[in-house]
Design a protein around this ligand. Structure first.
Ligand code: B1M
Length: 211
């Protein structure tokens, strides 16, 4: 079994204690950190999602897999985030109200930090008003990122974008959105300034939008 395959199997089966070591071994073998992330850790979560959808596993198994994934991401972090000095200004990020998924959001935050943003992470289940208040409290912040992983929380994403606009803050900040069910068409529909498919493109899009 290849090292990447071992990582996929360990994450998908929630073997948190194994994952850190396997990621270190993969790095020592010269496998690129981005390949370990995409083909190992993220691929494993895809498998977990499919198993959940098929009814082969339940929420507790999804949760232990998520913990194993986090362990892998923590080990990879120094090798992924470029470590640029925070010169690009503030970036407020959060997962919208009703939604507890944070792995993708954390990856986006990590990539943005590595690209030179100072990340203000509001966590998960963030009400629209909290985004508004945090933008107001940070008048030098020029960009905000919203995540939603559930089709049922896409309306909360729309509500957050609307609340930011209704508070008159659209001239201060650009808004980018992302998450598995999100598309460019949805971003256009709700008046977001951009959509990014993954953490790396979220970082490059953010730089473009504030340039
Ligand atoms: Co949940 N879950 N989950 N879950 N979960 C999904 C999303 C699901 C697709 C699984 C499935 O059915 N196949 C499904 C949603 C179905 C739908 O809406 N159509 C689902 C469900 C149904 C649920 C519950 C409702 C289950 C239940 O209770 N019955 C429940 C909801 C809880 C809630 O939020 N209120 C639930 C709970 C959970 C756990 C808590 C157990 C756990 C989350 C733990 C955690 O995050 N700390 C969990 C997990 C792990 C998943 C799956 C398996 C993996 C998600 C993940 O971390 N992926 C997921 C299935 C799947 O995605 N295939 C699933 C890896 C991560 C790197 O990808 O977050 O997409 P992702 O991020 C990507 C991009 O989307 C993008 O960049 C990242 C990659 O670089 N991106 C952005 C993300 N945010 C961005 C922001 C940007 C730009 C890009 O700009 C700001």
């Amino acid at each position: 079994m290849s090292k990447i395959q071992e990582i996929v199997t360990a994450v998908a089966s929630g073997k948190m204690k194994l994952v850190g070591g396997l990621v270190e071994e993969a790095l020592a073998e010269g496998i690129a950190a981005t390949d370990i992330l995409n083909d190992g850790l993220i691929a494993a979560m895809g498998i977990v999602g499919d198993q959940f959808k098929a009814g082969d596993i339940y929420v507790p198994e999804m949760l232990v897999a998520a913990r194993a994934m986090k362990k892998g991401v923590d080990t990879l972090k120094p090798h992924l985030a470029g470590g640029a000095a925070a010169t690009l200004g503030k970036f407020i990020i959060g997962t919208v109200e009703g939604d507890l998924h944070d792995i993708g959001k954390n990856l986006v935050g990590m990539m943005l930090e590595g690209s030179g943003f100072e990340v203000i992470d509001l966590g998960v289940d963030v009400p629209a008003a909290k985004f508004v208040d945090t933008i107001k409290a940070n008048p030098d912040c020029r960009i905000v990122g919203l995540t939603a992983l559930l089709t049922t929380t896409m309306p909360a994403l729309q509500a957050s974008v609307s609340a930011i606009a209704a508070a008159g803050l659209k001239s201060q900040v650009k808004i980018i959105i992302g998450g598995a069910p999100i598309t460019q068409a949805f971003a256009d529909k709700i008046g977001a300034d951009g959509y990014a498919e993954n953490a790396a493109s979220a970082a490059s899009l953010s730089k473009e939008l504030i340039a």
